[in-house]
Design a protein around this ligand. Structure first.
Ligand code: ADP
Ligand code: MG
Length: 347
């Protein structure tokens, strides 16, 4: 018979809990909303249980799925169906990153996807807010700290990137910030406010303050949250103010906006082009993390520049690609799955 495949092929696919894997790419499908059900939206995404696979059923007749169905299958490290809670998603995505951070490492968790696909529901939680990955991570961080003798302090910062510019969400009226690289090529964001938190509730307080700033000044058809990336950083520091672990949670701009380059409105076109550029750069930077390339294209966008640290050394990254189930979102859903597929490719 044929020789058995070499063992390293199997080793490549160790889970994120293992030492080897630095990148985990997951997909989360949300349920149809009540409004979608009311307007007759058809669920075209299935997530077969026990398989890390998302299947999109595309029909020639947009609604009638019995007509000539095209199936697109994508495999990921984890696939969460509409029945998955934030707690379950957390345990299989951010939890291993939190463990890594608590042992002194660096980690980054991204929520990617079209506007309305569930990024904020995943990160922040909805009804009630504060039941998403941010809060679940902080719960575990404080539980760990109270169980150890190490004196570590928890700091949080929260800012957004809009059109390539940084704004502090923890300053009233979103103060503009500037990132620069020092002589050792470490990126600093000067003036970025960081607030010490000593409990889950004080963190949620800080986040709701930032979230309120983020949505202010919204005008036009697209809510600001679809046009900007929101970056939350949680740091552990020892009593000498040295960093002893850090984790980023990034609620990315709506991926559908990356195709806004064709929009008639100039501002929208500029926003779209900027988002497109940053999401492309992000994909390349995450991919080079796995390949241990010495040249990672950090500078191609502000997003990847400020996250530079996340793409080098012992960093671990998890991407959660959020998808909408409805037939009218099929094109965006497929784009999201293709993007996520490219991020995890070549492992
Ligand atoms: P995004 O941040 O990607 O634009 P949201 O997180 O705001 O999207 O989600 C859009 C809507 O769908 C919200 O009303 C949210 O409550 C709901 N939603 C998203 N994900 C889920 C989920 N997994 N379960 C239930 N409702 C969800
Ligand atoms: Mg959102």
């Amino acid at each position: 018979g044929l020789p058995l495949s070499p063992p390293q092929a199997a080793n490549k696919k160790v889970d994120i809990h293992g030492e080897g894997q630095r990148i985990s790419v997951c997909v989360r499908k949300r349920p149809l909303t009540l409004a979608e059900c009311k307007r007759g939206e058809v669920d075209v995404v299935t997530t077969p249980s026990g398989e890390c696979m998302a299947v999109v059923h595309e029909s020639k007749e947009a609604v009638d799925l019995t007509e000539y169905i095209l199936q697109h299958r994508y495999h990921f490290d984890q696939v969460f169906g509409e029945e998955s809670s934030n707690e379950e998603v957390y345990l299989k995505t951010a939890y291993p990153l939190v463990q890594h951070m608590l042992s002194g490492g660096k980690a980054t968790c991204f929520a990617y996807g079209q506007t309305g696909a569930g990024k904020t529901h995943t990160m922040l939680g909805s009804s009630p807010a504060g039941t998403g990955l941010y809060a679940l991570a902080v719960r575990d961080i404080f539980a760990h700290l109270s169980a150890t003798s190490a004196s570590l302090l928890v700091y949080v910062s929260f800012f957004e990137i809009y059109c390539g510019q940084l704004y502090d969400l923890l300053e009233h009226r979103k103060r503009r910030l500037f990132a620069r690289e020092d002589g050792k090529k470490v990126v600093h964001i000067s003036g970025l406010r960081d607030i010490r938190v000593d409990s889950v509730s004080s963190l949620l307080e800080v986040i709701s303050q930032g979230t309120a700033e983020r949505t202010q000044g919204t005008s036009g058809v697209n809510p600001l949250s679809s046009r900007s990336h929101a970056l939350l950083q949680i740091q552990l520091r020892n009593l000498n103010h040295q960093i002893a672990g850090r984790i980023w949670f990034v609620d990315l701009a709506g991926s559908e906006r990356a195709s806004d380059a064709k929009e008639p409105n100039k501002q929208s076109r500029m926003e779209g082009a900027e988002i497109n550029q940053s999401l492309l750069a992000l994909k390349e930077c995450i991919r080079s993390l796995d390949k241990e390339e010495s040249h990672t294209p950090f500078r191609q966008s502000k997003l990847t520049q400020v996250l530079k640290d996340s793409f080098v050394g012992d960093s671990k990254t998890c991407m959660i690609a959020n998808i909408s189930p409805g037939h009218s979102a099929t094109e965006h859903t497929l784009n999201t799955l293709r993007y996520a597929d490219r991020v995890k490719e070549l492992r």
